[in-house]
Design a protein around this ligand. Structure first.
Ligand code: SF4
Length: 599
């Protein structure tokens, strides 16, 4: 077995209770690397088109990459791949697109120390269960005692019952209750967000997976590893200015809270505006002065971009939670919030319930606009008079969603379900692509490329996929290697990662091979979606994209449908996809080693 990989895949069928180990197919590993890439290949192989994400045969895959657990910067990401709870083609809402989502923390390194590169969970238990892995000992155990717990209580209970050296991923009440934007979480605050991974896990009645390992991982070529690792560290530590190492450490993604507003690219008032008129007091420097008490880091990360906050006064006094980070804007400016502590309280509540706070914030902004425009009244929200900036009403709605209580049943589905239920033109306020709500970046200000990311991302309107092909390819590789994106934004080069991969595994990938692997992964994900019935028409933007911004330095900016379609034509051409249908051409598939793909 080459270094880097643990060499085994754990397969668990929760319907039959069968647990099996399979050796990792190294030919496949070299083609698809790990994490997101291998997940896409296995999802392609193991599913038939048209199935529900909540059917027992939808595999829930929790994966590592070949760099996870090794001593290089930020080798920490855990990757989940499954059919999405959120993303589906307009023509067939019963099926779903691919979901790939990652979280930081410490789970996937520990999984590899226990001897596994990935866990594939299929089937569904009859009553709540958990999966307990200690090296070669793997058990499915009852989890009734833990079912219903929020993530704070659950993490504390697991620390008590198993000990703090165990690492876990889990769902909160939102995942248990099938909220379509529920997350799988780890270490309370960290999330596999944007796609309902928690709802898929909940449909299997799997509350948590917990692991402890004691096995070493190998490195094929230690001298080459050392050289590549030194280069990666040097490139990261010597980066300066915006997005440099010091900024990332000091502020994390909160560094762009005020910048995005200045650039007209922030999500404000359900995306009506890109510049926030109440930005003062809602940016990183205020958090440093009034909220944060220290940094926190994922496995092997020298940046430590996460910040622990403590609310010092007011009705949320004493509340502790990580953040806010940039995407917290969805619970802030997007909902017209001005109250730092109330903002933080809403982020903390979402994390405790296991709701994706990006998606929840998107839905809350939509509801606020629907209330303002008279599409709905408080009666539609079980009496909650939801207005812009009302942090208490936001908390009430979140609770209803997490527990599928009253109006929360409908709101916990998705924007399209609410549009279908309420009508009255409210589609105009639903900011989504492929069913996935927009993240915290607005798209109309000149200079933004986020509209391409939102439109072409296989998981729907995703901010992390990348606004051009090169960025999308770079991120596909990061998510397959298991390395956090942020150190790469602050200086680590793809050449460093390729050298680390080769040194760890003994592969001999050139940079051309590296980028072709990224293209292969991205194109296979696209092929999966096309097999499920997506078409070019699903690479769409909502009507608000064509409305001008009215406030701030970018007032007047907007996109045009014609300009956008032209950009899509160019994008498909550069990807080797048919411009009419959006399907990858046979020539492209064959060139990328995807000859097995039939759509
Ligand atoms: S940069 Fe932040 S999110 Fe990424 S690994 Fe480091 S601490 Fe975790």
């Amino acid at each position: 077995m080459p270094g880097g990989y643990a060499g085994k895949v754990l397969e668990v069928d929760l319907t039959t209770g069968k647990i099996a180990n399979k050796p990792l197919d190294m030919k496949e590993a070299q083609m698809f690397i790990g994490g997101r890439g291998l997940g896409a290949k296995w999802l392609w192989d193991r599913t038939k088109p048209g199935g529900s994400p909540f059917a027992p045969d939808n595999p829930l895959m929790i994966l590592s990459g070949p760099l996870n657990g090794l001593p290089a910067p930020a080798t920490c990401r855990t990757i989940v791949v499954t059919k999405s709870g959120t993303t589906f083609p307009k023509a067939n809402p019963k099926t779903a697109g691919i979901l790939h989502t990652t979280t930081g923390g410490r789970f996937s390194p520990e999984l590899k120390f226990a001897g596994y590169d990935a866990i594939i969970v299929t089937g569904a238990a009859r009553s709540p269960v958990c999966l307990v892995i200690e090296d070669d000992k793997v058990e499915i155990r009852p989890a009734d005692k833990y079912w219903g717990m929020g993530n704070y209580e659950l993490q504390m209970t697991l620390d008590k019952d198993f000990g703090p050296r165990w690492r876990s991923v889990y769902i909160g009440p939102a995942g248990e209750n099938g909220v379509r934007y529920a997350n799988i979480m780890t270490e309370i605050h960290r999330a596999c967000g944007r796609g309902g991974s928690g709802a898929v896990m909940g449909s299997k009645k799997l509350k948590f997976v917990i692991v402890k390992g004691s096995k070493p991982l190998g490195i094929q070529n230690p001298a080459a590893w050392k050289k590549a690792n030194i280069s990666a560290y040097k490139n990261m530590m010597s980066s300066s200015g915006s997005f440099g190492f010091a900024d990332w450490r000091r502020l994390g993604t909160a560094m762009v809270l005020s910048g995005a507003s200045d650039w007209g690219q922030e999500a404000c008032y359900n995306f009506r505006e890109g510049t926030y008129d109440k930005i003062d007091g809602m940016e990183g420097e205020t958090a440093i002065r009034n909220l944060w008490v220290g940094n926190d880091a994922c496995f092997m990360c020298p940046i430590a971009c996460l910040h622990k906050g403590v609310v010092r006064s007011g009705k949320f006094q004493g509340m502790t939670h990580d953040g806010p980070e940039y995407e917290g804007v969805m619970m802030g400016a997007n909902c017209g919030v001005q109250d730092l502590a109330g903002w933080q309280a809403n982020i903390a509540a979402a994390d405790d319930y296991g709701l994706c706070y990006i998606s929840m914030g998107n839905v809350l902004g939509f509801l606020m606009e629907c209330m303002e425009k008279g599409v709905i009244t408080a009666a539609d929200l079980d009496g909650i008079d939801l207005k812009w900036g009302d942090v208490d009403a936001m908390l009430e709605i979140q609770k209803k969603v997490a527990y599928a209580d009253g109006c929360g049943k409908l709101i916990g589905q998705n924007l399209r379900a609410m549009v279908a239920a309420w009508g009255k033109g409210c589609e105009a306020y639903a900011m989504e692509t492929k069913g996935q709500g927009f993240a915290a970046w607005n798209i109309r200000a000149k200079g933004s490329t986020m509209h391409i990311s939102y439109a072409t991302a296989n998981k729907g309107a995703d901010h992390l996929t990348g606004g051009d092909i090169d960025t999308q390819n770079l991120r596909a590789m990061n998510d397959s290697l298991g390395v956090c994106l942020f150190p790469v934004l602050s200086g680590i080069k793809p050449e460093d990662l390729c050298a680390l991969l080769n040194a760890a595994t003994g592969f001999k990938l050139t940079m051309e091979d590296y980028w072709n692997t990224a293209r292969r992964i991205y194109t296979l994900e696209r092929s999966f979606n096309m097999r499920e019935g997506f078409t070019r028409a699903d690479d769409s933007l909502p009507a608000r994209a064509w409305e001008p911004l009215t406030y701030g330095p970018y007032a007047g900016d907007k996109l045009t449908p014609e300009g956008f379609q032209k950009e899509l034509d160019e994008y498909y051409k550069a990807r080797g996809w048919d411009p009419k249908s959006g399907v990858p051409t046979r020539e492209t598939l064959n060139k990328l080693g995807l000859g097995f793909v039939k759509i």
